[in-house]
Every structure is written in structure tokens, then in C-alpha cells.
Design a protein around this ligand. Structure first.
Ligand code: IFM
Length: 450
């Protein structure tokens, strides 16, 4: 395919993403300490079907084969996360060299394969020992995180050039501290704003550590979704605006504009703290890129029972929904990217996650035809491209996910992978969407035209 037909520039980065607890398995191997998720999965009823990350995709032992698979698919970049409790079993103090060695081997294999590592420092698995000390509600957690980050930057700095501090702090807080459906399983409006604030303090301190000692670029990853109103009624519009402030602006306004959205005081009521000036200044520590995870939009109606924002999603007749019950809404990606540019300026952007859980048929003779997922990728990539035409500085795209993996409280029931993983045998079967994505990469998007 000639350049004339390509839709994306030659330096556009094409990758796929995963996270440690969702794929690695062997959570306690080689001296690792338990994480909050390791314990949470053991709480009766916490995870569908009683699933855990104990085996997951067995990537801890099969990483070399997985890197070979990525290479065969033509991936140029791989976004993964590090399990903090493999590096520091107690969260701080004594380093575990064997845990570190796993990531050194992984990064070496990636670099040898010509696949650029994008390393996420925190994708929700906190060392359980730190949870015992209050986890993210404890102010000190920010410094513990920065210390851990600093060690990794020192140890992997020559080999990893793209660093991400946090993945989706909104989910970590909303799931883990507001609704109790993610580790650590708390439901406390008093804790949530402190957990959110300390996550952002941890992000800023890690960026400072990077500036002192790191090489390359460092960024933050957030999940964003446009919030529509279900009607023209004032209460529905206000509900959508609160939902937007809570999810889309809670983490970006402080780091890019210097203050929290005013709506948070209304949302958290008497639980909303006064944060100190010095903290607010710290949060503005400049970073190099923003990663956006995009999956869907929501349409909101006022619902005073739905804490904390008083908004409930309304299903859209005629719309298509994924297995997560998320509406397929590709133009929302363009809208989101353009909104970020308008509100926060020209920070370099990546789509660090985008993908869909679909009801895949089982593989047959090494093939699995997942046309609905192909369609999802095609329409979202075209939306990303449209945003670039409008001047958005989008540098790359990471499909979620490389492998069918542990989807948190849904266990293994939801499959997001480009590659099917047989739970009993661990056999990997690239789906038709993986072959499609390979073609997208090879043609720099020309195949999207057809
Ligand atoms: O699986 C998750 C991932 O860990 C974070 N972003 C959303 C994905 C799908 O729910």
C-alpha cells in the first residue's frame, strides 16, 4: 500500500495494552508480596464466578512467547504495568531483586523485538501492606509511590523511554473507595476525595523523581467519556454536568489548570476537604503527555439516589452495546480528544486504551471471527483520525487489550482481547480483529478506507 493511501503519519505509534494483575498470574512468585487485588479477590462475592488473578494469562511465565506474538502481529509498542508488590513486597523498604528481574527480562525482550515499552507504574494493584496503613487515604502513600517509581526509573531508565504514572485514577477511586466494587472495597464518601488527591500527589512526586533521574517522557492516563443529558430538563442537564465534572474534570483540572472543579464540593458535600495551596501547586507539576482511555459515552438523567453525583445512565433505544453494557459511540472519541485540546491546550495525546468486550464465538481450527470488534476498532480509529484532522496532537493508539484477561470484578467473563486465551490450556489464538489490526498498522490506516 503506498503512502498516498495512509491515514496516519509515519511516526504514529501503534500498540496494545495490558496490566499486571490482569495478565501475569503467579502473584506471589519469587518473593512478591500480596496486593490489594490479591486479597480483594478472596472476599466472597467480590468477583463474578469467584475468579482471581492467580493464573490469569500466565504471562509471568509465558512473557517471551507473548512478546514473540506481539512481534508477529506487527505491534510497535506495548503498554504494560508493573506490579508494585513484586518490586517491594511490603510496598516500601526492602527491594525484591527477583521481582525486578522479571520486568528487566520483559523490557529486554521487547527492546530486542523492536517493540517500544510504555510502562505504567500504577494500574490499581497496591501492595496489601500499604493498604493496611490506609492505602491512598494515607498522605504518605504518595511518597511511597514516588520512592517505588524512582527505583524503577533508576533500574529500567536506560531501557524504558515512556513512563506513565497512574492508570485511570477515577476508576481506582470510584470503584475502590466510593462504591467498593474494586479493591480495597471501601464505600466511603469521606475517604474518596483524599484517595483521589493523594493519587494525584503521588503522580506529581513521581514526575519530579523522573525529572531528577529519568530519561524519556512521562505522562498520566485518564479514562474519559462524554456526558450527555437525557433531556432538556434543567435537573437532567445539571446531572450530566456533575457527572462530567466528577469523571472527566476531577483529575485533569487540578493537574492542568490548578484547581478542582467547583461541582466536587456539591457532589461530596460536607466530605469535601480544603486542600492546601502547597499541595495544589505540587499537582501542577508539568508532565509530557496525556493518555486517554476511551470506551463509551453516557446519557444521564437526574437520580438523587445514585451517589455520589445524582445521575443515572439511560439506555439508548437502537444503540449497540458491548458485553460490558457500554454503548458503542465512536464519535465520542473525536469529541473527547477535541474537548481535551480545547479545555487544556496542546498537550501531546495518546489513546492509551480503546476496545470492546464482545460475545466472541469459540475459536475453530485456529480462527475466531469477531467482526463486531473489527467494526469497533475501524470506527474508533476513523474518529481518532478525524480529531487529528481538526488539529489534535494525537501521537499513538493502543488497543485494549492484547489478550483476553481478568476483567476485575467481572472476572474472566468479559473478553476484550485481540488474542483469544483458552482458560484451560492458555493457548493463544489471534482473533480476526488481531489480523485486521496488523493490517491497519502495516498500511498506517489505509485499510480503514475500505
Ligand atoms: O480492563 C480495564 C483496564 O484495566 C482499565 N481500563 C478499562 C479496561 C476495560 O474495562
Amino acid at each position: 500500500m503506498t503512502d498516498r493511501f495512509s491515514l496516519f503519519p509515519p511516526d504514529f505509534v501503534w500498540g496494545a495494552a495490558t496490566s499486571a494483575y490482569q495478565i501475569e498470574g503467579s502473584p506471589l512468585a519469587d518473593g512478591a508480596g500480596p496486593s490489594n487485588w490479591h486479597l480483594f479477590c478472596r472476599q466472597p462475592g467480590a468477583i463474578d464466578n469467584g475468579d482471581t488473578g492467580d493464573v490469569a494469562c500466565d504471562h509471568y511465565r509465558r512473557y517471551a512467547d507473548d512478546v514473540r506474538l506481539m512481534k508477529r502481529l506487527g505491534l510497535q509498542a506495548y503498554r504494560f504495568s508493573v506490579s508494585w508488590s513484586r518490586i517491594f513486597p511490603e510496598g516500601r523498604g526492602k527491594l525484591n531483586p527477583k521481582g525486578l528481574a522479571f520486568y528487566q527480562r520483559l523490557v529486554e525482550a521487547l527492546n530486542e523485538a523492536g517493540i517500544e515499552p510504555y510502562l505504567t507504574l500504577y494500574h490499581w494493584d497496591l501492595p496489601a501492606a500499604l493498604d493496611d496503613l490506609g492505602g491512598w487515604v494515607n498522605r504518605d502513600c504518595a511518597a511511597w509511590f514516588a520512592d517505588y517509581a524512582h527505583v524503577l526509573m533508576r533500574e529500567l531508565g536506560g531501557e524504558v523511554k515512556h513512563w506513565i504514572t497512574l492508570n485511570e485514577p477515577w476508576v481506582a477511586v470510584d470503584g475502590g473507595y466510593v462504591h467498593g466494587v474494586h479493591a480495597p472495597g471501601h464505600a466511603s464518601l469521606a475517604e474518596a476525595p483524599h484517595a483521589a488527591h493523594n493519587l494525584l500527589r503521588g503522580h506529581a512526586l513521581a514526575v519530579q523523581a523522573f525529572r531528577a533521574d529519568g530519561e524519556g517522557q512521562i505522562g498520566l492516563v485518564v479514562n474519559l467519556e462524554p456526558k450527555y443529558t437525557a433531556s432538556d430538563k434543567a435537573e437532567d442537564k445539571a446531572a450530566a454536568a456533575r457527572a462530567h465534572a466528577y469523571m472527566n474534570r476531577q483529575f485533569l483540572d487540578p493537574v492542568l489548570l490548578g484547581s478542582y472543579p467547583e461541582e466536587l464540593a456539591e457532589i461530596y458535600g460536607s466530605h469535601w476537604p480544603r486542600f492546601d495551596e502547597a499541595d495544589m501547586k505540587l499537582l501542577r507539576e508539568p508532565f509530557d503527555f496525556l493518555g486517554i482511555n476511551y470506551y463509551t459515552r453516557s446519557v444521564n438523567r437526574a437520580d438523587p439516589q445514585a451517589l455520589p453525583v445524582g445521575a443515572s445512565p439511560v439506555r439508548q433505544p437502537g444503540a449497540t452495546y458491548t458485553e460490558m453494557d457500554w454503548e458503542v459511540f465512536p464519535s465520542g472519541l473525536q469529541e473527547t480528544l477535541e474537548w481535551v485540546k480545547r479545555r487544556y491546550g496542546d498537550i501531546p495525546l495518546y489513546v492509551t486504551e480503546n476496545g470492546a468486550a464482545m460475545a466472541d464465538p469459540p475459536p475453530e481450527d485456529g480462527r475466531l471471527q469477531d467482526d463486531d470488534r473489527i467494526d469497533y476498532f475501524r470506527t474508533h480509529l476513523l474518529a481518532a483520525r478525524a480529531a487529528m484532522e481538526e488539529g489534535v496532537d494525537l501521537r499513538g493508539y493502543f488497543a485494549w487489550s492484547l489478550l483476553d484477561n481478568f476483567e476485575w470484578s467481572c472476572g474472566y467473563a468479559k473478553r476484550f482481547g485481540l488474542v483469544h486465551v483458552d482458560r484451560a490450556t492458555q493457548v493463544r489464538t489471534p482473533k480476526a480483529s488481531a489480523h485486521f489490526y496488523s493490517e491497519v498498522i502495516a498500511t498506517r490506516g489505509a485499510v480503514l478506507r475500505s
